[in-house]
Design a protein around this ligand. Structure first.
Ligand code: NAP
Length: 335
């Protein structure tokens, strides 16, 4: 078996979410050796110092050209994902790309092709796949702990004033509003637990309350999942409350599982009992995600969150947008 070495990984784009992830992964020195690239040398230098990096670059191009770098993790706006991936692929670097894969199916396909043609690994950084509670729920469902699956209901409510910013509030640059940005995690969860929906019906929250934000504040969607399972996703960035309310309820014929996805425990409900199951700290799922990325490179295999998986998530999000526009349920096309 191949011996695993820390992967020389360059963090590209020293912005808000990179910081959140780095707080959780910077000590994984047996898995990754971190470098940093920013369009601003001062930012790259600061992130490198703050997170114990091995070096920094004053541009993305410089990082891509450096032979020490084996992989690049892009934390960049959605409208630059295509050019970011092309740059890394041209220089033979493996790619971890923040969700969504792109803004359109054709962008997603172009990204997958760039990585495939260059023979480098492409993984979409969909951290929900790696949340311990979601993995535990999948295990419980497959063990029959709640009988036959009937319904998955997810709720995210908060006031996403942070969604306002130079690119996020621009519908073109973001590719939509809150659903393509945050709702996509819950779509991915439904797909991971129950399969790809055949149809979706979606409505947006109205009237809009997030100021200066072109895209939708939130979406309520009903999904026809395989085997007649119903999915319900409510992703709201326009609920005027201080903290986020997140909840997932997975219901079967003999029981139900309930949890907040970022928590460390779930509750298994039966008609006559209620059991709490501890699964350990979630780390937002990012520690498991980084291990998976390093492991798929070391063992030269496709990642469990491949470009294709990212494209499927995107196709459901875009079908939700079409449903909003048409006012009807729409089929989810295979991408
Ligand atoms: N998985 C999750 O839970 C989660 C949560 C939040 C965000 N995300 C994803 O992470 C990515 C980045 O989001 P973020 O919240 O970190 O955004 P952000 O705070 O705005 O940071 C984005 C960074 O991208 C770089 N960048 C490159 N080209 C740019 C351009 N043309 N305009 C502006 N910035 C540019 C900048 O870094 P430099 O100046 O250093 O080059 C900037 O700081 C997105 O794909 C987003 O969907 C994921």
């Amino acid at each position: 078996m191949a011996k695993e070495y820390p992967l020389p990984l360059c963090i590209v784009g020293c912005g808000g979410y990179a910081k959140i992830v780095l707080d959780d992964i910077h000590d994984m020195t047996d898995v990754v050796q971190l470098y940093f690239a920013s369009r601003s040398p001062d930012k790259a230098k600061k992130y490198n110092a703050d997170y114990g990096g091995s070096g920094y670059f004053a541009s993305y191009e410089e990082a891509a050209e450096d032979p020490r770098i084996k992989a690049m993790y892009f934390f960049t706006p959605h409208d630059v994902h295509v050019e970011n991936v092309k740059l890394a692929a041209q220089h033979g670097k493996h790619i971890l790309l923040e969700k969504p894969i792109g803004r359109t199916i054709s962008e997603g396909k172009e990204i997958i092709k760039s990585a495939r043609d260059a023979n480098v690994k492409l993984m979409i950084a969909e951290n929900f796949r790696f949340l311990p509670l979601i993995q535990k729920s999948k295990e419980l469902i497959s063990q029959g702990a709640i009988g036959e699956l009937r319904m998955i209901r997810t709720q995210h409510e908060g006031y996403d004033s942070g969604a306002v910013g130079e690119w996020r509030s621009d519908i073109e640059r973001n590719g939509g509003g809150r659903f393509i940005d945050g709702g996509i995690h819950y779509v991915d969860m439904l797909i991971y637990l129950a399969g790809v929906p055949e149809k979706i019906y979606a409505v947006t929250e109205s009237p809009k309350v997030i100021p200066n934000h072109e895209g939708e504040d939130g979406i309520m969607a009903i999904l026809n999942l395989p085997e007649n399972v119903t999915g319900l996703v409510h992703y709201s960035g326009g609920t005027p409350i201080q903290e986020h309310h997140n909840w997932v309820q997975i219901t079967g014929t003999t029981g139900s599982i309930g949890f907040d996805p970022q928590d460390s425990k779930l509750t298994l409900f039966k008609i006559d009992s209620k059991t709490e199951i501890e699964v350990g700290q979630s780390w937002r799922g990012v520690r498991g995600m980084i291990k998976e990325f390093q492991n798929c490179i070391t063992h030269n295999r496709e990642s469990s969150m491949s470009g294709h998986e990212g494209l499927v998530d995107l196709s459901v999000v875009l079908a939700a947008y079409r449903s909003v526009q048409d006012g009807n349920a729409v089929k989810v096309p295979a991408p």
